[in-house]
Design a protein around this ligand. Structure first.
Ligand code: NAD
Length: 484
């Protein structure tokens, strides 16, 4: 098959200090194609010694990279952006092959991922500080942003390119060096990107990449190395909590992008066509495997039946198939465990009284396919209302009043994103201000934008990625009190 021919050109060893190394133990990890369930490659399985070698390489490369003029760093980042776009078809196909997402989603991810390099190439030369006279008049206050130091970047499988570039680009823009540990399920995209970044002129040791089957001990060892000063993690709240404990031992700065349970509120004055379009993108971008995916549809009772019927019609019409097949709109989920988990959530909801409108049982062909599914009348105590679905299942419940919608939307430990659809802008703004989440999509089903601060409240995380805030996460504030 044509797409598999790309595999020959992708490094599969560890990138440490600019050299591709097999890893000290020689162990390998299998990479699986979720569209077939078959092995497609194997990659090096890093040991703790390899990880500490990567930290040493990042540490050694640090002073020179930090001293590289911002304009030069900016130009290298810009070149990363350009090269990613030149290789966009190759990158999209690799993402689709190892992650399973439909090719249009993979192309969307490559464009989004590359944009972080363009944005942070522009931010690299705009990292300004402060200058003030102390209130006493006795001295001056100078504040500068310095590179925080060696960064450990840990990323999930659902956006294998974008979650890496959302961290690497601001880290490099701020003058930091890094060790990237991509998800075990999707290492090939990370290696393909690393090769491109080297070609763009990123010096040896500035970006190091490790794949491992023992993420826990390996990341822990790096976090306990005093040369590491930053952890930037994207993944589940469960693992994030554990890493915050680990990072406490060495008081490492942490940026955490964790799980979500996004409410999608539709008021009965909303334009239904726009709300359905918004619902489709908020639910089905990436086949539902997104932290921003609409998890709970809360629809005002006057339009609940019309909304559910229209959404079911659109969901059941989606073409399900291998991510890289022409015409596929919804690819497989990542693995068998995800398939069983999603099926369990749907079964639990139905057992508690939810009505199944379409879909509802895993496909028995090879690969990991769950059909686009819609449930209505989902009770608040169903597991699907409280847990992240992370799959192509829309769970609909109804509400009566604005206050009820806000209270139910906020009734979760998560606070990543909320969506609101209404024709009344005053109501939209009022509700947006009361929703406890880091991001709001007001009459929009997608908000991700490298120029905007992405992140959550409550147990959805700490810190922001993208926008101007993104570079500050990789900077340390230095105050110099001066008398002359
Ligand atoms: P995960 O937490 O299982 O894994 C994330 C990363 O952590 C992977 O690289 C994994 O190998 C590593 N890891 C796993 N256990 C570890 C441990 N004990 N110590 C150190 N590292 C460990 O998450 P996932 O299944 O890869 O991704 C899905 C989750 O990511 C969802 O909860 C989703 O909401 C979240 N996510 C959040 C955002 C965001 O920006 N907030 C974006 C994408 C995904």
């Amino acid at each position: 098959m044509g797409i598999r021919s790309h595999l020959a050109g992708i490094p599969t060893d560890l990138l440490i200090g600019g050299a591709w190394r097999p890893g000290l133990t020689g162990a390998r990890l299998d990479v699986t194609d979720p569209s077939t369930g078959a092995k497609i490659a194997d990659v090096a399985d890093a040991s703790i010694e390899d990880a500490l070698a990567a930290v040493a390489a990042a540490h050694d490369a640090g002073p020179e990279w930090a001293a590289t003029p911002p304009r030069r760093r900016s130009e290298i980042l810009r070149r990363c952006f350009e090269l990613m776009l030149e290789r966009k078809d190759f990158l999209a196909e690799i993402i689709s092959l190892e992650n399973g997402k439909a090719l249009p989603d993979a192309h969307g991810e490559v464009a989004y991922a590359a944009e972080f390099f363009r944005w942070f190439s522009e931010e690299a030369v705009r990292l300004t500080g402060d200058y003030a006279t102390a209130p006493s008049g006795a001295n001056r206050i100078i504040v500068q942003h310095q590179p925080i130091g060696v960064c450990v970047l840990v990323t999930p499988w659902n956006f294998p390119a974008a979650m890496a570039t959302r961290k690497i680009a601001p880290a490099l823009a701020a003058g930091c060096t890094c060790v990237l540990k991509p998800a075990t399920e999707t290492p090939l995209t990370a290696f393909a990107l690393a090769a491109i970044f080297a070609e763009a002129g990123v010096p040896d040791g500035v970006i190091n990449v490790l794949t491992t089957g023992r993420s826990g001990p390996l990341v822990s060892a790096m976090l306990h190395d005093p040369r590491v000063r930053k952890l930037s993690f994207t993944g589940s709240t469960e693992v994030g909590r554990r890493l915050l404990h680990e990072a406490a031992d060495t008081v490492i700065s942490c940026s955490m992008e964790l799980g979500g349970n996004a409410p999608f509120i539709v008021f009965d004055d909303a334009d239904l066509d726009k709300a359905i379009d918004g619902a489709m993108v908020a639910k089905m971008r990436n086949g539902g495997e997104a932290c921003t995916a609409a998890n709970r549809f809360l629809v005002q009772e006057g339009i609940q039946h019309a909304f559910a019927a229209r959404l079911s019609e659109r969901m059941s019409a989606l073409a399900v198939g291998p991510g890289y097949a022409v015409g596929t709109e919804c690819g497989p989920v990542i693995n068998g465990g995800a398939l069983r988990r999603i099926d369990g959530l749907v079964r639990d909801a139905v057992a508690r009284g939810a009505i199944l409108l379409t879909g509802g049982a895993p496909d028995d062909r090879d690969g990991f396919y769950y059909p686009p599914t819609v449930l209505s009348g989902v009770p608040d105590d169903a597991l699907i209302s409280t847990e992240e679905i992370f799959g192509p299942v829309a769970a609909i419940a109804s509400f009566r009043t604005e206050d009820e919608a806000i209270a139910r939307a906020n009734g979760t430990e998560y606070g990543l994103i909320s969506y609101v659809f209404t024709a009344d802008l005053a109501r939209g703004m009022r509700v947006s201000e009361k929703l406890d989440s880091g991001m709001i999509g007001l009459n929009r089903g997608v908000v991700s934008d490298p120029a905007a601060p992405f992140g959550g409240t409550k147990q959805s995380g700490l810190g922001r990625e993208g926008g101007h805030h993104g570079i500050l996460e990789f900077s340390e504030v230095k105050y110099i009190g001066v008398t002359w």
